[in-house]
Ligand binder design. Structure first.
Ligand SMILES: [Zn+2]
Length: 418
């Protein structure tokens, strides 16, 4: 399949872009080659798509429940009773709706951690995006369930990947406060044996760090290192409370970070040192976290809040450079998972979005990247491609009405759970 984009703006210059299969074949001033599909892109700009590097997409079904509560009460009163009522099919419909939201906002990848990952995989496959899927089994405070939980993790590692091209199976240790030492070691062994990426919530709150220091005599980062859980295929979500030594350990192992500024603000977890980590050369990506603590899966908004967080934390208007933040949301996410994309160049995988340059939010067009990070909203995005395939055409995603209807029905089930 060949797709030809005519007259699209790339770095302020009009070009033609030819996509063959899943890659950019040719980018030049004028391409006359025949294509299966030709799209007139006058007035549109081509830019990389977004990679959401920490989320729990199906939690979208819990959006708007228990805002403004203290974390523990929120979990006990609003989240856990509903999660206990979830069946695999619910995760499938919630995931499809969440992916629809992501595509509308230019996101083509999620690093997901939630129960019934097999259903999330099915939704990712059908919707055409990419994803890393993992199931976070925990054994604190239920040590009697450890063996059963190990079997679930093992079964998922052995579960057949339904789309090797766009889906990666991973392991997720939820956190050092919900997973015992024995289980952490088990996760580490499984990740090594099956060469899977590792996904962990780490140093999200001050409480988590203090508890770990008290219980284990070291920080969560130092503790995870003991189990060989810090690798170049590990992504640590949040990392709000890191010591200087933690940063050096993360660097030593080439471990990646998923920064989730909106969730950190909403749960009052603290300000992450974006600029410091960037200056230290740590690969920082962006994630939205789940919609229960965000309450959106929008990467445009995440970038803006990332900039504001960086400036406030470093107490400097120079912190959180607009281009660095844009990279965190695009190419850094692709790099973190070894996806040969995140930039519009010949030979690269064609994951990209088209922006409407005449949209009022993108005017005046002095600096498109600045406009995308600080001013754009989903409505500025007209088309989305993943792996060379068009997922959104003129703001319409295939079957979106049905996906929305199914989700509305599902929401009835979770409205009044006690
Ligand atoms: Zn999370």
């Amino acid at each position: 399949m060949k797709t030809l984009l005519k007259n699209v703006s790339l770095h302020g210059k009009k070009v033609d872009v030819l996509i063959e299969g899943n890659r950019f074949k040719k980018i030049s001033e004028s391409i006359t080659e025949e294509a299966d599909k030709t799209i007139n892109c006058d007035g549109k700009a081509i830019e990389p798509a977004f990679y959401n590097c920490h989320t729990h997409i199906s939690m979208t079904i819990l959006k708007g429940l228990g805002d403004d509560k203290e974390l523990h009460n929120w979990l006990i009163q609003d989240i856990w009773p509903r999660e206990a009522k979830m069946i695999p099919q619910d995760i499938y419909y919630a995931s499809k709706f969440a992916i629809l939201e992501m595509i509308k906002g230019g996101t083509v990848f999620c690093n997901d951690m939630y129960q019934y990952g097999e259903e999330t995989m099915k939704a990712i496959d059908e919707m055409g995006i990419r994803g890393v899927v993992s199931k976070p089994e925990i054994d604190i405070p239920t040590p009697n369930l450890l063996e059963k939980k190990k079997q679930i993790v093992q079964a998922f590692a052995d579960y057949k990947n339904i789309n090797e091209k766009r889906i990666i199976k991973g392991v997720s240790c939820h956190s050092v406060y919900t997973v015992s030492a024995e289980f952490l070691q088990f996760y580490s062994d499984i990740a090594k044996k099956y060469n899977m990426p590792i996904h962990i919530h780490a140093c999200e709150t001050k409480f988590e760090v203090e508890r770990c220091l008290k219980k284990h005599g070291c920080t969560p980062i130092e503790y995870l290192e003991k189990f060989d859980l810090l690798t170049d295929k590990t992504i640590l979500a949040h990392c709000v409370h890191l010591s200087d030594n933690d940063i050096q350990i993360i660097k030593k192992h080439n471990t990646k970070i998923a920064h989730c500024p909106v969730s950190n603000f909403k749960l009052k977890s603290g300000l992450m040192a974006f600029q410091k980590l960037h200056d230290e050369g740590v690969l920082v990506t962006l994630g939205t976290d789940g919609s229960a603590s965000n309450n959106s899966l929008g990467m445009l908004e995440e970038m803006k809040v990332c900039a504001l967080n960086a400036k406030t934390q470093a107490n400097s208007s120079k912190a959180g450079n607009v281009n660095d933040i844009y990279k965190a949301a695009t190419i850094n996410g692709a790099k973190a998972f070894g996806i040969d994309a995140g930039v519009i160049e010949e030979g690269k995988i064609a994951d990209f979005v088209l922006y409407d340059l005449n949209h009022y939010l993108l005017l005046p067009n002095y600096n498109l990247i600045s406009n995308i990070v600080y001013a754009a909203q989903n409505d500025c995005i007209t088309d989305v491609f993943c792996d060379g395939k068009q997922l959104m055409c003129n703001k319409k995603v295939e079957n979106e009405e049905k996906i929305i209807e199914d989700f509305k029905k599902l929401a009835e089930k979770f409205k009044n759970v006690k």
